[in-house]
Design a protein around this ligand. Structure first.
Ligand code: ISL
Length: 593
């Protein structure tokens, strides 16, 4: 009997062999890839659906909602970490790479979920967190026990008889310090994130081999790829140069601070080795979280002949507007500038015009809700601006990533007090401020827009208690607006954000220009309207997005002749000759003649 996996891929094999499919698509099979054409939907398992009443989402919950995922029309799921973990950083602190987190279910549940997704033609990409483990991982337990342990070199240690190690930041350390003294062996260990997240020492070949074996284990199970957490951090300058405060500030302002921390001398050789030893053997998506990757070195990670990754997330867009003086993800007062927004997205689109491949996202589990950050979540604008953002995401170059709940236009939680937060990042930043004698009040105000928990609240399924997420007490507060914003209410409303999202998904699937087409901005200096065209041979499209809460007017160059409207988030659009007036947050796509 053919395996489920074979049955899953059979349609793709038939499609690839079919002359009709080849004739219909303007590009040849070797120019195409499923991870370029696919639309990715990110599931944050803790907050998706709880089935056992413990207030925490679980794998059975995702399984229960597989048909919902299928009806979204998406192609790929990215699942945040579900591995064994004491859960200090919601699973980004792994104590067992080949187990399922307590509370999330069992390995059998995982296998059932994977098969259910594959049955529906949906692929599954897992998180891969290999810059650090949990301090409860067996390797670290052994490593910290003795300087002679065979696991000692799996982590970075600094013997205390050599004095204090050179300063490095520990992003989630309550005192902001990246080295922590550990009594049993009189040495400091390195942790770029929380104290319970010691950094692995990639310089140790045996450690790398163990990681590769673990990756094979998951890929042989049938997962379709990895999203590699903070992957540029795996290589460090282990001569540990001294970094002065001035240098740090200067680097921070020029946005090259990770050079001290990450993107070390061996980064590309580790990625090439990982590709050789693991990735190249599978038809998979190799997606990096590219913290610190810049326009200048972007292509080095993803050019085909380099045999490293397929694509990665950059941070330039999501960091837009962060205050350099205040830090801690505080936004400058007039932080949104559409011209700058266009500029960043255009640069990141153009860099992959010839080589490599990119991604496009406006939210994820480290970001606030898309509509609260990039749109306008006031009741009169929320739905229109959420639809506009979906139009943007699904018409740009690069694989689009949609974060769970954004298809409904879910909004930020906006907590008033630190007690409501659960996220290690916000809690440790609060401690850092307090320990420096800084009043946290203005920061608490700022975090109402930027803090990570804003985007982690439970999925709003319906208007029953807790939005249908759990019968128990949710681990993080459900947004108070669940009775108004929920999937059940939007399901049968043809004008809902959800149904608009589904239509945009169909449109991206139907138009190769939106995936592979050339991208060109029109009127880059217009400060309200983001206008661009995407063209691939006969497939020609014009996208107009009014990113403001005002009526906005633009004149298209006379060479543009619009045909049919493909999608519009308002019933009509006002166009007189080539002068177009867009309503607040209006989004329109036209075919171009
Ligand atoms: O955005 C960030 C910088 O302030 C951080 O939220 C985040 O730590 C950074 O983007 C790296 O993120 C990844 O690694 C972290 C984990 O907490 C994040 O959830 C993960 O996406 C440590 O594993």
């Amino acid at each position: 009997m053919p395996s489920l996996r074979l049955l899953f891929f059979l349609p793709f094999v038939l499609w690839a062999c079919s002359p009709t499919a080849e004739e219909e698509h303007p590009l040849s099979a070797n120019e195409r890839a499923w991870w370029k054409e696919g639309i990715v939907y990110q599931v944050y398992p803790r907050s998706f659906q709880d089935t056992d009443g413990d207030g925490v989402g679980d794998l059975k919950g995702i399984l229960q909602r597989v048909d919902y995922l299928d009806r979204l029309g998406i192609d790929i799921i990215w699942l945040n970490p579900i591995y064994g973990s004491p859960n200090d950083d919601n699973g980004y602190d792994i104590s067992d790479y080949q187990a399922i987190m307590e509370g999330f279910g069992t390995m059998a549940d995982f296998d059932t979920l994977l098969a259910a997704l594959h049955d529906r033609g949906i692929r599954l990409v897992m998180d891969l967190v290999v810059n650090h483990t949990s301090d409860e991982h067996e390797w670290f337990q052994q490593s910290r026990a003795s300087r002679d342990s065979p696991y000692r070199d799996y982590y970075h240690w600094w013997d205390a008889e050599n004095g204090e190690p050179p300063h490095r930041a520990g992003f989630f350390d309550p005192e902001g310090k990246g080295w922590l003294y550990d009594e049993p062996t009189n040495a400091y260990y390195l942790h770029y994130f929380g104290r319970k997240q010691p950094d692995l020492k990639w310089e140790t070949p045996k450690m790398r081999q163990e990681i590769y074996e673990m990756m094979h284990w998951w890929l042989k199970k049938g997962v379709d790829g990895f999203r590699m957490d903070v992957i540029p951090f795996i290589s460090k300058d282990t001569t540990w140069p001294i970094v002065t405060e001035m240098e740090l500030l200067e680097r921070y302002q020029r946005n090259i601070w990770p050079a001290y921390y990450a993107s070390g001398p061996n980064l590309h050789s580790y990625l090439q080795e990982m590709n050789r030893e693991v990735l190249q053997a599978y038809d998979m998506m190799a997606l990096g979280e590219g913290a610190g990757v810049t326009i200048d070195n972007a292509v080095d990670f993803v050019a085909k002949e380099r045999n490293e990754l397929d694509l990665f997330f950059h941070f330039d867009a999501v960091k837009m507007g962060y205050s350099k003086e205040l830090g801690y993800k505080m936004l400058d007062s007039a932080w949104f500038d559409l011209i700058q927004f266009k500029d960043i997205h255009t640069q990141w689109s153009d860099v992959f015009a010839e080589q490599g491949w990119g991604s496009i996202y406006l939210g994820n589990h480290d970001q606030p809700r898309m509509v609260s950050r990039w749109g306008n979540d006031a009741p009169e604008h929320r739905a229109h601006s959420a639809k506009l953002l979906h139009t943007f995401l699904l018409s740009m170059r690069g694989t689009p990533f949609i974060y769970y709940g954004d298809e409904l236009g879910m909004t930020n939680l906006r907590f008033d007090s630190i007690e409501q937060y659960r996220d290690i990042e916000t809690l440790s930043w609060h401690s850092q401020l307090v320990s420096q004698g800084i009043d946290p009040a203005p920061y608490l105000e700022g975090w109402k827009i930027t803090a990570r928990d804003n985007g982690r609240s439970p999925f709003q399924w319906d208007d029953t208690e807790n939005g249908g997420f759990t019968d128990g007490i949710p681990w993080l507060q459900v947004n108070e607006n669940y009775q108004e914003i929920n999937a059940a209410a939007q399901e049968h409303d043809p004008t809902s954000v959800l149904n608009y999202f589904r239509r945009m998904v169909e449109i991206r699937h139907a138009h190769p220009a939106l995936v592979y087409g050339d991208y060109h901005v029109i009127l880059p200096e217009h400060d309200h309207i983001y206008a661009y065209r995407r063209i691939l041979k006969d497939d020609r499209m014009l996208i107009l997005l009014n990113f403001s809460d005002e009526l906005s007017v633009m004149s298209l160059p006379s060479s543009y002749h619009t045909g049919e409207v493909v999608i519009n988030n308002y019933p009509e659009v006002k166009k007189v000759n080539n002068t177009i007036t867009l309503q607040p947050y209006q989004a329109v796509i036209w075919n171009l003649d």
